[in-house]
Design a protein. Structure first.
Length: 360
C-alpha cells in the first residue's frame, strides 16, 4: 500500500489536483459550486413519458446512475402523495425514484490526528471507492458511494496511481467491515462543520421532548412542552411480511418506544462477504446493502430506525423495509434534536432516549 502523506507530499499533490482537474476525464470540470438541476437515476430503469402521467406513452428509458439535467419542475394531479414530475430531454420523469445531486469539489484536509475520525459526506453524484490488498493491489468497488451518504474518515493518504487524478485520498472507516480500509478521492467528500453536528435545544428536559409518527398520514412530529417544533412527511415500511413469518416483517411496528442508539453513519443491510475476513463495503443496492446511511436513530432491537435517505424522493407513502425514511437534512435535524445528546466524534451514542409514539 502507498505510504502516508507527508506535509510536503500533500502540498505537492494538492497543487497538482487543483491545477489539473479541469482537464481530467475522471473529474469533469472543477468548480466550487454547482447550481445546475441534475438528478441521478436511483432505480434499475426509469421511463421517460410523453406527458407528466403514468398513463402516457414511454418515449425512452434512463438507467441506474445516469445523470439527467432537469429543465422544469411540474406539479401534476397524480400521484397525490408526490405529484412532482421533472421535464427532461424527450419528456417527463417522476421524481419518486430519483436523487437530486450536486457536483461540489472540496479542498482536502492536510491530515487527521491519529486515533481520530472526522465525519463527512459525498459531495458529488457518486464516487468509486477503492480497496487495497497484498494479493490483488488496488481494486475498484461497485456500486459507488452516493451523494449525501455519510462516512467516517480516518486518515489522509496516497491512493491508487491514476492518470487522471493525482490528489489526496481519504481512508474510510466502516463499522460493518472494520478490518478493511476503503479509499475515496478527498475532493469528493465534504467535512462537516461543527455547527452541523451541534445539539438542538439540549436544555429541554427529557420528559418534555417527544416524537410522534402517524403511519396513516405518513407524518412525523417533534414536540417540546407539548408544542410541535418540527414536522414533515416520511416513508415508512411497506405493509406486509415477505419472509412468510421466517424473518422481520417490512411493516413499521406501532407502539411506544424510545431512541436506543444514535449512529451518524450506518452501514445497513447484509453484506454477502460479511462472513469472510476480507469484508465488503458494497454490494448490489437492490439487495439492500447501503453504506453510509446518514443520521440513524434506532428505536427497536430488531433494527427499526429513523434515518436519512439517498436512494429515493418518494415521501408520503410506505417505501422501506420497516425503517422511517427521511430527507437527509430533516433526518439531521431530528438526530441533533433527539436525546441522548451525541458527541461530534461518537461512532454511536446510547443513553436515555427520546420517547417515540407510533400509531395509525
Amino acid at each position: 500500500m502507498n505510504k502516508k502523506f507527508s506535509r510536503r507530499d500533500f502540498l505537492k499533490l494538492s497543487g497538482l489536483t487543483l491545477g489539473g482537474l479541469a482537464f481530467s476525464p475522471f473529474l469533469p470540470g472543477l468548480t466550487d459550486f454547482d447550481d445546475s438541476f441534475v438528478v441521478r437515476i436511483a432505480t434499475a430503469e426509469m421511463p421517460v413519458r410523453k406527458a407528466a402521467t403514468d398513463e402516457s406513452q414511454i418515449q425512452s428509458t434512463w438507467y441506474r446512475d445516469e445523470l439527467v439535467h432537469v429543465y422544469e419542475e411540474v406539479t401534476a394531479p397524480l400521484p397525490l402523495h408526490n405529484p412532482v414530475w421533472y421535464r427532461v430531454w424527450g419528456g417527463y420523469i417522476h421524481r419518486g425514484r430519483l436523487q437530486k445531486v450536486k457536483t461540489i469539489y472540496q479542498t482536502p484536509l492536510s491530515s487527521i490526528p491519529e486515533d481520530t475520525r472526522v465525519l463527512g459526506d459525498i459531495s458529488v453524484p457518486f464516487t468509486t471507492p477503492y480497496r487495497f490488498s497484498q494479493a490483488f493491489g488496488w481494486q475498484p468497488l461497485s456500486p459507488p458511494l452516493y451523494y449525501g451518504s455519510v462516512h467516517w474518515i480516518e486518515a489522509v493518504e496516497e491512493g491508487p496511481e491514476m492518470a487522471d487524478y493525482k490528489g489526496a485520498w481519504y481512508r474510510i472507516f466502516d463499522e460493518l467491515d472494520s478490518n478493511v480500509s476503503y479509499y475515496v478521492p478527498a475532493i469528493h467528500m465534504r467535512i462537516f462543520p461543527p455547527e452541523y453536528l451541534a445539539p438542538i435545544s439540549p436544555e429541554v428536559p427529557y420528559e418534555q421532548k417527544r416524537i410522534e409518527l402517524n403511519l396513516s398520514t405518513q407524518m412525523v412530529y417533534a414536540y417540546e412542552y407539548g408544542n410541535i417544533v418540527f414536522e414533515t412527511n416520511i416513508a415508512s415500511g411497506i405493509p406486509g411480511d415477505p419472509t412468510g413469518g421466517t424473518g422481520i416483517p417490512t411493516t413499521t411496528p406501532a407502539g411506544e418506544y424510545s431512541i436506543l442508539d444514535k449512529v451518524p453513519a450506518k452501514h445497513m443491510g447484509y453484506s454477502y462477504f460479511s462472513s469472510q475476513t476480507s469484508g465488503n463495503l458494497l454490494a448490489d443496492v437492490d439487495n439492500y446493502v447501503l453504506p453510509g446511511v446518514p443520521w440513524t436513530l434506532f428505536f427497536t432491537r430488531q433494527g427499526h430506525a429513523f434515518h436519512g435517505t439517498y436512494w429515493h424522493e418518494n415521501f408520503g407513502t410506505p417505501m422501506s423495509k420497516g425503517c422511517i425514511n427521511m430527507r437527509n437534512d430533516e433526518a439531521n435535524w431530528l438526530f441533533r434534536w433527539a436525546m441522548p445528546v451525541s458527541k461530534p466524534d461518537a461512532v454511536a451514542t446510547r443513553g436515555l432516549g427520546t420517547v417515540v409514539d407510533i400509531h395509525y
